[in-house]
Design a binder for this molecule. Structure first.
Ligand SMILES: NC(=O)c1ccc[n+]([C@@H]2O[C@H](COP(=O)([O-])OP(=O)(O)OC[C@H]3O[C@@H](n4cnc5c(N)ncnc54)[C@H](OP(=O)(O)O)[C@@H]3O)[C@@H](O)[C@H]2O)c1
Length: 443
């Protein structure tokens, strides 16, 4: 592996990289099937990813014709890494088992360990015989929509494919490793002005926020829309806030501390609600509190000069959903992609039907949407929100930070990259945007 890394660091050509032998094993962050009962009886918040995430040497799987082997320079933590590591809501081995029953190639994924991670930047080392658009030496980022394109259901919107999966969550060989094997239709060009760790970090959340907020498959945000964004300095929210500002909308950012409010302000948002300072209690003794929804609605109108949100960007779920449905404007859209605080949502349906609101479900993004979202990063119209970077050996700690909501924006992980700051090929573009690129660093 050292030889491959040295070659990458020395800008070796594609043919040179192709000529180097692949190692038999590689380093990877995994969870183990034998550990799935590790946290039995504990509350979610007591479960510790440091105990379940291992760093193992694992063998390289055989390469399918439509796949590529990528040397992973950097990856990042997503909340799905947290879910996998605490075995909630299900152990992800169930997904691997199902994939294993699908085909000969799927069978490779059904292993007693799961290599986790749904983001990566790196360099293509090998391509399968059916790959047309990529070659060894290409510098790439990887999106996590893992789709079987032989299925007719994949050919309208690939997120509607009957066997659509999230790479590194519902498939094996994820990005938190020194090597990964991915479908060629997961590859996208690495933004040349970013370091490896910066380039890796937007992947999953940037594409998700793009579909959820911007795409016609999500809320189709337009200029002037008021957008209420929960967790506006978090993984998804930090991109939703940028998309709103970039697209001429008016974000109302909800955060939980003055420090997070400051980050939103520095992105250019003006309307900010600190939910801790406001002390909202949407639930009390197991009951929803409509008076608290109203208090939030009043606060939003105070900030906007009387407007209700055209769009509510939802993901906290049970805790906030009743309030989100209530505060959306007449005819507005509540677009949801998650249920961090619980997936049994409760809301007053009178506020939905009588005022003609819509709830839209959204999940990751198709290749085209991911490509568009990546293109905005390449053009420096949207910036990474990387706050902290850990080495691969400390993936457990990195996931712990995200699980405990101790982080801002995105938490990165160095895989093969020996240090931060490498991989930039367009220093001029970087220099123009360096403050925005570093906005979340060390917060
Ligand atoms: N379907 C998909 O494709 C998809 C893709 C990405 C993520 N997700 C899911 O979306 C969720 C968020 O992901 P993320 O990467 O943005 O996570 P994150 O980085 O942890 O950010 C989420 C933010 O939400 C806020 N929040 C958390 N609990 C809350 C609550 N009870 N009430 C109000 N606000 C709350 C927090 O911000 P404050 O403390 O500042 O308010 C937190 O920083 C996760 O469940 C993840 O699995 C789904």
């Amino acid at each position: 592996m050292q030889e491959i890394l040295d070659a990458i660091l020395n800008d070796a050509s594609g043919p040179e990289l192709q000529g180097l032998p692949l190692p038999e094993t590689f380093r990877a962050a995994t969870v183990h099937k034998e550990d799935v009962e590790l946290f039995a009886g504990l509350l979610s918040e007591e479960k510790d990813p440091k105990k379940s995430i291992h760093i193992d040497q694992v063998p390289i799987p055989e390469l399918a014709p439509d796949e590529a082997v990528v040397a992973v320079m950097a990856s990042a933590i997503n909340f799905n890494t947290v879910w996998t590591s605490i075995f909630e809501p299900l152990p992800t081995f169930l997904f691997l088992d199902r994939l294993g029953r699908e085909s000969v190639w799927g069978k490779r994924h059904d292993l007693p360990y799961h290599i986790i991670g749904s983001d990566a930047s790196g360099v293509v080392l090998r391509t399968g015989s059916a790959v047309r658009n990529w070659k060894p030496g290409d510098r790439v980022t990887i999106h996590c929509n893992y789709v079987d394109d032989q299925d007719p259901t994949a050919h309208d919107d690939s997120m509607l494919a009957a066997n659509q999966r999230i790479w590194g969550f519902e498939s094996n060989f994820g990005g938190l490793a020194d090597l990964t094997v991915v479908k060629a239709n997961q590859l996208m060009p690495k933004p040349a002005h970013l370091t490896w760790e910066e380039a890796a970090s937007p992947g999953l959340v940037n594409s998700t926020a793009y579909r959820q907020l911007v795409s016609k498959n999500g809320a189709a945000m337009k200029q002037g829309d008021v957008v209420l964004i929960w967790g506006a300095s978090g993984g998804l929210g930090s991109y939703a806030t940028q998309f709103a500002l970039n697209g001429g909308a008016i974000p109302v950012c909800v955060v939980s501390s003055p420090q997070k409010a400051e980050i939103c302000r520095s992105m250019g948002a003006e309307l900010i609600i600190d939910r801790t300072a406001e002390g909202y209690e949407f639930w009390k003794n197991g009951e929803q509190q409509p008076s608290e929804w109203k208090r939030l609605g009043k606060k939003i109108r105070e900030l906007t000069g009387g407007d209700d949100p055209d769009i509510v960007f939802e993901h906290p779920g049970r805790e906030t959903f009743g309030a989100s449905v209530y505060v959306a404007r007449r005819g507005g859209t509540i677009v949801t992609c998650a249920s961090t605080s619980g997936y049994w949502h409760e809301y007053d349906n009178r506020y939905l039907w009588m005022t003609l609101k819509r709830i839209v479900g959204s999940h990751f993004a198709n290749y085209r949407e991911s490509w568009e979202a990546n293109r905005l990063i390449e053009r420096a119209a949207i910036h990474p929100t990387l706050s902290r970077v850990y080495p691969l050996d400390e993936t457990g700690q990195a996931a712990y930070d995200v699980h405990r909501n101790l982080h801002q924006g995105k938490v990165g992980v160095l895989c093969l990259a020996p240090q931060e700051g490498l991989g930039v090929r367009d220093p001029d573009l970087r220099a123009k945007h360096v403050d925005a690129i570093n906005r979340f660093r060390d917060r």
